[in-house]
Design a protein around this ligand. Structure first.
Ligand code: FUM
Length: 578
């Protein structure tokens, strides 16, 4: 049966309703006709799961400065972050926090009534000497309260929402993006939605791994579509593993737990981070702590000889645990089966964040090459984008900051673009995706989608996670070839169009396979170790050959890697120690 296609038109469409998308929407609300498209109800977007805080050098809890924040972020990025973008972000941070407060975000307070701040990994004063309290927080539900507040602002500003609509294609003509094809999940109907500008804000794709803190919807839809359209993806080899996921589940136990004094211990009860980061210990950046945990385990000091270590909060007072770490305490009780007030929490690294994504400039314009050429009409912000402020390794709580700073900037540059763009948007662009989905729905293949996804997640976890090396990466590449072939023979057993989650998962699974392939190819290219990308066969950082961003392009059925220079303005690369 041929699917019905309806047409819609707006001045601006934002695809994705997490914090970056909603912050951009707030910027545009009231000034233009704007619609947000989301495959979930907006307040269920994954930014709402962010726990520990959002960084800004407010200095509410001891001296701090944007300059120190910049230094820490550059060093944390293993010198791969673009320093012009980082400088913009850290200097805008205090303003961004006060703005959120004025919108109504209920931040926790210190004894003076100011916004409360806590230490987080890699954030220091005096260029690396002492941990600093830089993360502004609302208990351990910071993402929840910011997302809800931004949503309220959008509703107040009359933003139109298309909830539970999945993006399945982007519509390009002559290099300009004119809109998207979306599928309404409750009916299975397709819409072509045209606009003068399109902002992509669909988040990360942690679901390429078996164990992740990401929610089910983090399948990188826009990132994958953009690549299929011939645009590059930047720094895809850099995947962050958060050190403290609850064992087996990967559910996050916020770094705030260590910010409030929690300690990582091995089977001997040793505070092992003293060996790996003697100055800031358990508050070292995530790449270093995740590797340290896995080294302890490899050397036989995992708990009971198994693949996890302990996070010890038992020495903290009950009030701190239950008040400042309320949510993670309930997670530890529910999913870890332990009471953190009395028992240590079993933890292991979990895939948490993608440093790479769709390359943009500092104003959210998607760029198509190493020279920075804009793709007309197309913008991106948030985790799906790569500005790049996080380089090879993001510091905790810099991601919410990235979302609100660059979400706002993207909103502002869309306003400017709308003034300059005289084109009357009335286009009919054909997309092959709808007939592809119809074919998928009627397919009678024998392959099981769930198995393909599981095998992908397993092989990525085994060979392309915290540690990588060539043989393992090539093994993944071969497996992905096999999975692609098997994917072309999948069966969709439920043929109904109404909330056909099997169909939706099939679309997502193809994205996951593609994104895993790009991650692996980029990881194979980078024959050095930098930040979260640790090659056991090339354990040193190699600035001479690899102090550059990677850009992965589609090249027929293959992937081609090019490079782009890193912007270094203030801090020259140095050996990184903590
Ligand atoms: O540990 C956390 O609360 C995570 C924060 C982040 O990823 O920024």
């Amino acid at each position: 049966m041929k699917s019905i296609i309806k047409k819609l038109k707006h001045k601006v469409i934002i695809i994705g309703s997490g914090m970056a998308g909603l912050r951009a929407a707030v910027e545009l609300a009231g000034s233009t006709d704007i619609a947000v498209i989301s495959k979930v109800f907006p307040t269920r977007s994954h930014s709402g799961a962010a726990q520990g805080g959002i960084t800004a050098a407010l200095g509410n809890e001891g001296e701090d400065s944007p300059e120190w924040h910049m230094f820490d972020t550059v060093k944390g990025s293993d010198y791969l972050g673009d320093q012009d973008a980082i400088e913009i972000m850290v200097h805008d941070a205090p303003r961004a926090i006060i703005e959120l407060e004025h919108m109504g975000v209920p931040f926790s307070r210190n004894s003076e009534g100011k916004i409360g701040q806590r230490p987080f990994g890699g954030h220091t004063r005096d260029y690396g000497k002492t941990p600093v309290k830089r993360a502004c927080y609302a208990s351990d539900r910071t993402g929840r309260v910011i997302l809800d507040t931004l949503f309220e602002q959008c509703v107040k500003g009359g933003v139109k929402f298309y909830s539970e609509f999945q993006v399945i294609d982007l519509l390009f003509r002559d290099g300009r993006c004119y809109g998207a094809v979306i599928m309404e999940l409750s009916t299975g109907e397709f819409y072509e939605i045209y606009a003068n500008s399109i902002l992509l804000a669909t988040g990360g794709f942690g679901k390429i791994y078996k164990t992740t803190s990401n929610c089910f919807s983090n399948t990188g839809d826009a990132v994958s579509i953009v690549f299929q359209k011939g645009l590059p993806l930047q720094d895809m080899e850099f995947v962050q593993f958060h050190p403290t996921g609850i064992r087996k589940h990967g559910i996050l136990i916020s770094e705030a737990a260590r910010g409030e004094g929690g300690i990582l211990r091995n089977s001997k009860g040793e505070r092992f981070m003293e060996r790996y980061a003697p100055v800031i210990k358990d508050l070292a950046p995530r790449d270093i702590i995740s590797r340290s945990i896995l080294r302890e385990i490899a050397q036989g000091r995992g708990i009971d000889g198994q693949d996890y270590v302990h996070l010890d909060l038992t020495h903290l007072d009950k009030e701190t645990i239950e008040d400042k770490l309320w949510e993670i305490t309930s997670f530890a009780r529910l999913y870890g089966g332990v009471d953190p007030v009395k028992e240590m929490v079993p933890v292991q690294p979990t895939c948490h964040y993608m440093m790479g994504g769709i390359p943009t400039d500092c104003d959210g314009h998607v760029i198509s090459d190493s020279k920075g050429t804009h793709v007309p009409g197309l913008f991106a912000a948030g985790e799906c984008a790569c500005v790049s402020v996080h380089g090879a390794n993001r510091l905790g709580c810099n991601s919410l900051l990235d979302l609100v700073v660059f979400g706002r900037r993207a909103g502002k540059s869309i306003k400017t673009w709308l003034k300059e763009d005289s084109e009357h948007i009335e286009v009919n662009i054909e997309s092959h995706i709808i007939s592809k989905i119809d074919t998928l729905l009627s397919s009678k293949g024998k392959e099981k989608l769930s198995l393909i996804r599981q095998e992908l997640q397993q092989i990525m976890t085994d060979n392309c996670s915290v540690f990588r090396e060539e043989t393992g990466l090539i093994k993944v590449k071969e497996k992905i070839k096999e999975l692609k072939e098997r994917y072309s023979h999948i069966a969709i057993t439920g043929k109904d169009k109404i909330f056909n989650m099997e169909l939706m998962e099939a679309v997502e699974c193809e994205h996951l396979i593609n994104l895993a392939a790009i991650t692996v190819e980029s990881a194979l290219y980078r024959k050095e170790s930098r930040g979260a990308h640790y090659r056991e066969d090339y354990p040193e950082r190699d600035d001479k050959n690899y102090l550059s961003h990677t850009l992965a392009f589609k090249d027929g059925d293959s992937i081609k890697i090019e490079t782009k220079p890193v912007k270094i303005t203030k801090f020259e690369p140095k050996a990184r120690s903590y």
